[in-house]
Write a protein that binds this ligand. Structure first.
Ligand code: GOI
Length: 493
């Protein structure tokens, strides 16, 4: 875009904002990190180039295309494998302090295992990291954003314990290869989506459905894998590389339907199932009590001899507890929760184990994605609840954003970022230790089962052009201005 047009855009945006008087007008601290994010399968393309191995999203999009709303694949996606320099230029243009991206396991280790390293894949990530560093952008690297090597799915995938050592080997290879230039690592992106979507409700690859059982086994192994990777870093790399390792957990905010004791209790239970499932073992120790007792009781009622929720030994509890150097948080929306009678014993599922009525209010604004209701105040409540419940961890928001149908003039996205960031800033005033914010996403990309029909980008990508041309949206101009001024409105105090 012409600089002149860019300027006019900024002017228009800030003229509009002036009218808003409920946006927080305190500046963000100088050391607050602003960044943006993508993930390997969603942007890279080059699915079978230069020795990359097949992963579960390659397999799913190629063999079960009816699951993807437009029948599309990530075969080319944004073609970032060839256009990473352009991507970094966009990140730079925004003035981002960091860029969060993920590594494709099967691009680095085509067989999944560490015995064969694919040099071309390693070179790609080395080049990307170097380009970022040359432009003064901090790389924030996710080891696993949902693209398991297919060969490991063929052996059972995450619900099978063999995967723990495979992930640990992969993590060690990555720390070894890239760790001198990477200071922020995330082991997993949203493991709840991997486990519920992949193995219980079928809404993510490998699209298996064994609800009430497989998601708990999956999570058990993910938590062990995360802890093992963290310990490997701690023992073998921390002293020389000096980085930080954590995990990104996703949750909505859950708001009680009323202030009745029943609704409050049901809502806290829902939070513990949706978020405590992962954060409690890592930040406090073991699964939340309410999960252990409820799933055990329901399992007994089902006639099972042991709980469907696997048990950690006390050694394992101690091994997993404390494996964090900060908290990665992805959040997009809010739901209401109302107490109901426990759902009948019979069909097993995570949702039956929770037994609440979850809904979203019809007067909340909807994004292109049906699940994404725009509820900015949920951000503030969520950050404060996490701080209070999990001992005030440093929180790095690793994803937040909104979808539309791709218009370059994306007022909904400008307002979303402004209003959610306003609530982040307010939570910081309340005392939450938020260290940074990462906008999802740098550019339009392959949105999983929604294919290319829902767009989250600050930059538009033309998927009809072989060049995959990138164009800044109005929101890019707004975010750039926010990063520059550290201020959401015209002028801050
Ligand atoms: C991130 O996941 C992710 O890390 C990025 O890769 C991604 O691009 C980005 O977000 C944007 O999505 C209406 C049970 C329709 C089954 C309401 C309950 C469908 C399915 C409500 C509840 C919800 C963000 C799918 C986290 C998966 C979208 C998790 C957000 C589908 C619904 C549902 C609904 C439900 N989620 N994801 N869904």
């Amino acid at each position: 875009m012409e600089p002149k047009i860019f300027l006019i855009y900024s002017f228009l945006i800030f003229g509009y904002i002036q009218a808003e008087d409920d946006v927080n007008n305190k500046a963000f601290p100088d050391d607050f990190l602003f960044g943006t994010a993508t993930a390997s399968y969603q942007v890279e393309g080059a699915w079978n180039e230069d020795g990359k191995g097949e992963n579960i999203w390659d397999r799913l999009t190629h063999t079960r295309s009816s699951l993807i709303s437009d029948g599309s694949t990530g075969d080319v996606a944004c073609d970032s494998y060839h256009k990473y320099k352009e991507d970094v230029a966009l990140v730079k243009e925004l003035g981002s302090q960091h860029y969060r991206f993920s590594l494709s396991w099967s691009r680095i280790l085509p067989n999944g295992t560490a015995d064969v390293v694919n040099l071309a894949g390693v070179t790609y990530y080395r080049n990307l990291i170097k380009e970022l560093k040359d432009n003064n952008i901090e790389p924030l690297v996710t080891l696993y954003h949902w693209d398991l090597p297919q060969v490991f799915q063929d052996q059972g995938g995450w619900p099978d314990e063999f995967i723990v050592d495979k992930f640990a080997d992969y993590a060690r290879v990555c720390f070894e290869l890239f760790g001198s230039d990477v200071k922020y690592w995330l082991t997993f992106n949203e493991p709840k989506q991997t486990c519920l979507g992949g193995y219980a409700d079928g809404s993510k690859a490998p699209a298996l459905q064994n609800p009430g059982v497989a998601e708990y086994k999956c999570t058990h192994n993910v938590l062990k894998s995360h802890a093992k990777a963290w310990h490997i870093y701690d023992q073998e790399f921390r002293a020389t590389q000096n980085g930080k390792v954590s995990i990104t957990i996703d949750t909505s905010w859950y708001e009680p339907d009323s202030n009745s004791a029943q609704d409050e209790e049901a809502t806290e239970r829902k939070r513990m199932f949706e978020f405590g499932w992962y954060i409690h073992p890592i930040f406090i120790g073991d699964y939340p009590e309410v999960m252990k007792t409820r799933i055990a009781a329901r399992s007994t009622a089902e006639g099972l001899s042991e709980s469907r929720l696997p048990t950690f030994t006390s050694e394992e509890v101690a091994y997993i507890r404390g494996t964090h150097d900060f908290l990665g948080l992805n959040t997009y929306s809010t739901s209401m929760v109302k107490a109901i009678d426990d759902l009948p014993i019979g069909q097993t599922s995570f949702y039956n184990d929770v037994s609440v009525n979850e809904y979203q209010r019809s007067d909340w604004e909807t994004a292109a994605s049906g699940w994404l209701k725009i509820v900015p105040w949920g951000m503030r409540k969520l950050l404060n609840w996490i701080s209070k419940t999990f001992n005030d961890p440093p929180i790095l928001i690793t994803e937040n954003g909104v979808s539309d149908y791709g218009d370059v003039d994306d007022t909904v996205r400008v307002n979303y970022y402004r209003d959610y960031l306003s609530n982040v800033r307010s939570a910081m005033e309340d005392g939450a230790n938020v260290i940074g914010y990462t906008a999802w996403s740098l550019m339009d990309n392959f949105e999983w089962y929604a294919g290319y029909t829902e767009k989250f980008g600050l930059y538009k990508v033309d998927f009809n052009s072989p060049n995959r041309t990138r164009t800044p949206k109005t929101s890019a101009a707004y975010y750039k201005k926010v990063i520059q001024t550290r201020c959401l409105v015209d002028s801050c105090v």
